[in-house]
Each structure stands twice: as structure tokens, then as C-alpha cells.
Design a protein around this ligand. Sequence first.
Ligand SMILES: Nc1nc2c(ncn2[C@@H]2O[C@H](COP(=O)(O)OP(=O)(O)OP(=O)(O)O)[C@@H](O)[C@H]2O)c(=O)[nH]1
Ligand SMILES: [Mg+2]
Length: 355
Amino acid sequence: MQLGILGLPKSGKTTLFNTLTASHQATDKYSSSSQTNMGMATVRDTRLEALRDLFNPKRYVPATVQYVDIPGMKRGESAESLDLAKLKTVDALVHVARAFEDPEILHSEGSVDPARDVDTLDLELILADHTIVEKRLDRLDKAVKRGLTPEELRERQILADVVMPALESEKPLREVELAPDDEKRLRGFQLLSAKPILQVINVDEARAAQSPEELGIKVRPAVRAVTVSAPIELEISTLPPEEQKEFLSDLGLAAPSLDRVTRASYDLLGVISFFTVGEDEVRAWTIRRGTKAREAAGTIHSDIERGFIRAEVVHCDDLIRLKTMAACRDAGLLRLEGKEYAMKDGDVAHFRFNV
Ligand SMILES: Nc1nc2c(ncn2[C@@H]2O[C@H](COP(=O)(O)OP(=O)(O)OP(=O)(O)O)[C@@H](O)[C@H]2O)c(=O)[nH]1
Ligand SMILES: [Mg+2]
């Protein structure tokens, strides 16, 4: 899973990136960065940690998420932006909007107004998409003389009748409902306003516990929003775990930003985790919500999917409570599931297979 961090200049993108990926990329009050950063974040999951403590495995493998952090972009710069083009392949966008006050850090729009910046960025994505779609339509129009294939005809129709009107009325494509076939067609263009987006509102420490709605942010459909105080979270992330908790509760927060941002991204993308456990390895696997047992087995190895017989499944809460698989079996909580079973978030699975 890959997430792209973007936003206006100096909104705190790289500070957030550093927190999420435990990196040390340069941040600066005055000069704008021109560097793209990439890094991996470990998805912290207290359930998986509890399983690790039970099994004491040789290997502990939490899920990971990759983040791409691009330089800030000003209003009006999106259409031909090479930095923005780097986000074409990400699964979702993370927009960092500045809500913190700091007279030393100039805002490219002259004042701090996160609700306005959320709208501005949405519009930039729409404009970038508009440029791409317009070019494609031009090309298709020129090709009309030689005759369009049925596929090209359909594409032209969707772009001209649905996509263009949406973009022209400033509606992000993530809010446009399409038939699955057409959605697939559109996906080929890797349009940015079609991607799910997480709004991260970067606030002063004092407002860290306020919700985006309380800060006046209108949360549009297919969007999630969270508040963080990026520099504070960065500081917290370097503390030992016991001190982290205390610091967080002083701020009125239940979990560090890493957890909140990743959790929200998981929600946004409709992905869940299942776990495999044993003395060798305790590991998290990421799948789309609704994935069937057999396909889930395939994320571990294609042989297991091909030779799938059945899955032995127990929910992690039960295993953590009863401590051993044997106890779960005795309590009737270890279930045998077939290939059509829809995996649930937090399932601990052992797949039986035969190849
Ligand atoms: N006071 C305050 N300063 C912040 C906050 N978040 C980030 N900063 C500071 O703002 C400056 C810019 O932060 P960066 O994380 O580099 O911002 P950026 O969005 O990556 O900037 P560009 O990539 O240049 O667009 C740094 O000096 C940060 O320490 C905040 O919540 N409060
Ligand atoms: Mg930066």
C-alpha cells in the first residue's frame, strides 16, 4: 500500500512524513524543499503486539505502508507539476493542511485557513485531471476520421459525458459513481481527484484533540479527516513507549498520529488485517475488506491459494484472552472455514492446503 503526502508549501508534510516513517529528512521554516522523500511506516497494531507476546516468535512482521512526500505546491501550479505526477500510482492521498499559527513561517496564501486550503487543494487536483482528460479527448477527436474502436468510443463517451462535466463543475472524481467497467477504464488514467483522500489538519499543540469538524473543515464524501500536531507527534514518537502514553493523554489523545493516520488510511481504502501466528513467525497481512479465505491465503503464497483445503480461524481477541490455540479449540472458538468465508479484521488464520 502506497500513500502520497501533498499540500501547500510549509504545511508540515515532511514533519509528518518523518513521524510516520521514523526518518530524518530536512524541514525548514524559510526555504522550500524541492526533494521527494520515500519511506516505509510500520503499522503498529496492539493486537499483533499481544500475539507476539503470547508466541514469542523468532520473527515479528507487522504490516507496512509506503509514504511518498512531495514538495509543497502553490495554487495554480498543479496542472503541469512533475511532483504531482509522482503521485499517479499511489493508492490514496494524504493532504496536509496547515492550521498552526507561526508568524515566522509564511503561508503561500497569506493567512492560515485550513478549510480554504482543503478546497484549494481539491481544486488543484481537479485542474490537473482536467488537463489530462482534455488532452485525451483532443486526441480521440482527432482520431475520429480514421474511425474509433468500440473501446475508444466508450472511453470518449465517458470522458465527455461524465468526467468532463464533473470536473468542470469542480467536483472531484472520487464523488462520481461509475459502473465497474467504466471505473476500470478511468483508473487507467490515474487521475488524482479520483483517489481516496485523507485530510490531515496540522494544528497547534493546544488544539490537538479537536476534531476537523470542530476546526471548520467540511468533510466531503469519500474523504476522511484527522487532526495532528506534527512537531509534537514527532517529539512523542522518539520517546520510550511508557512516556508516549503519558504525553498523549496530557494532550487528550488516545493514540499517536502514526496509528491514527494509518488507521484512517486503512478505513479509506477498505483494507483490513488478518494474522498468522506460530513460534517461527507472528505476522500481519493486509487484504481488502470482504476478501474470501482462499484469496486471502494467496497473499501468503500462491500455492496455498491453489491447494486450499480449509482455514482454521479464531478471532485474535479470543486467542489473546484464552492464550493458546488449544484453549480456543476446547472453548469451541476455533472454526473451520471454507474457501468462501469472508475474512474479518483481526482473524488469526491457519490455512490447510495440498499441492
Ligand atoms: N509552529 C509549528 N510549526 C510547524 C508545525 N508543523 C510544521 N512546522 C514547521 O514548519 C516548517 C516546515 O515544515 P515541513 O514539515 O518542512 O513542511 P513541508 O510542508 O514539508 O514544507 P515544503 O516541503 O517545503 O512545502 C518547519 O520548520 C516545521 O518545524 C506546527 O504544527 N506548528
Ligand atoms: Mg517537505
